[in-house]
Design a protein around this ligand. Structure first.
Ligand code: ADP
Ligand code: ADP
Length: 227
């Protein structure tokens, strides 16, 4: 479990992005952070993998303060997926996905074979393996981003508006794929979106944030009070 305990983030210019946020993110489910642009969702997500350090408060992973382990160890346990996938443009699809296993010291063929398995898992046709990112549609690129984040089999997936740049029909397909992956692999997923419909569709738990970095509600979708 990830436990965010009374965390505040004040950026150097004085902006309070997150204000005394407390949240318990259960294992093996999808917790969605939802709210308007600028309410502190990305900041919260980035504090979980220490791309951003809290000004106050602590974050615990399985009971241990995340600052007590080396940051690289922490990040290896957390896949990260962003909008537009952030793929390496000069690497083929299979080698994009194989990047993390290669960094972990896997041989090239073993890493590529793992990558091809993951392509299948996220619904990418094997014929795309040797293409480059620019030769794929936006939705296909997002699938590659998800596959790459899964490549080292991390228990946690952090996803920052991963599907917001694709059209609604493709987005629905990606959402269904994510629910299926979650069901099969049992990852702990923290998913950021500004789209309440997406939050309701995907969330096991939904954390509604509001401007100023406050938590307004934290509940399963069926129990959310309409604002
Ligand atoms: P969201 O993901 O909900 O759009 P963010 O976490 O990106 O929100 O941002 C929360 C607030 O913090 C916003 O007011 C934003 O402008 C501000 N902010 C984000 N990053 C920085 C930064 N590096 N320096 C100063 N302010 C920032
Ligand atoms: P390199 O060792 O420079 O990556 P290779 O000759 O091994 O070059 O491969 C050339 C390209 O073909 C690679 O970038 C990779 O995308 C693709 N490729 C090679 N082997 C495989 C494989 N087993 N499965 C899928 N794609 C492969």
């Amino acid at each position: 479990m990830i436990r965010i305990d009374s965390v505040t983030k004040r950026y150097p210019d004085g902006t309070v992005a997150v204000d005394r946020l407390s949240l318990e993110i259960p294992d093996r489910s999808i917790t969605v952070l939802v709210g308007p642009s600028g309410c502190g969702k990305t900041t919260t997500l980035r504090m979980i993998n220490r791309m951003v350090e809290p000004s106050e408060g602590t974050i615990l992973l399985d009971g241990a303060d995340i600052t007590k382990q080396p940051v690289n160890t922490l990040r290896r346990s957390m896949g990260y997926v962003i909008q537009n996938a952030g793929l390496f443009q000069h690497r083929t699809i299979v080698d994009n996905i194989a990047t993390v296993p290669r960094m972990l010291g896997w041989g090239k063929e073993r890493a590529r074979s793992r990558a091809r398995e993951l392509m299948e898992r996220v619904g990418l046709d094997a014929s795309l393996a040797r293409r480059y990112p620019y030769q794929l549609s936006g939705g296909q690129q997002q699938r590659v981003g998800v596959a790459r984040a899964l490549a080292s089999d991390p228990p946690v997936l952090l996803m920052d508006e991963p599907f917001s740049a694709v059209d609604p029909v493709v987005r629905k397909g990606l959402q269904e794929e994510l629910l299926r992956i979650q069901d099969e692999l049992g990852k702990t997923i923290v998913f950021v979106t500004h789209d309440i419909d997406e939050a309701i569709r995907l969330g096991t738990m939904v954390a509604v944030m509001r401007t100023g970095g406050h938590l307004a509600q934290f509940a399963p979708p069926a129990e959310l009070l309409s604002a």
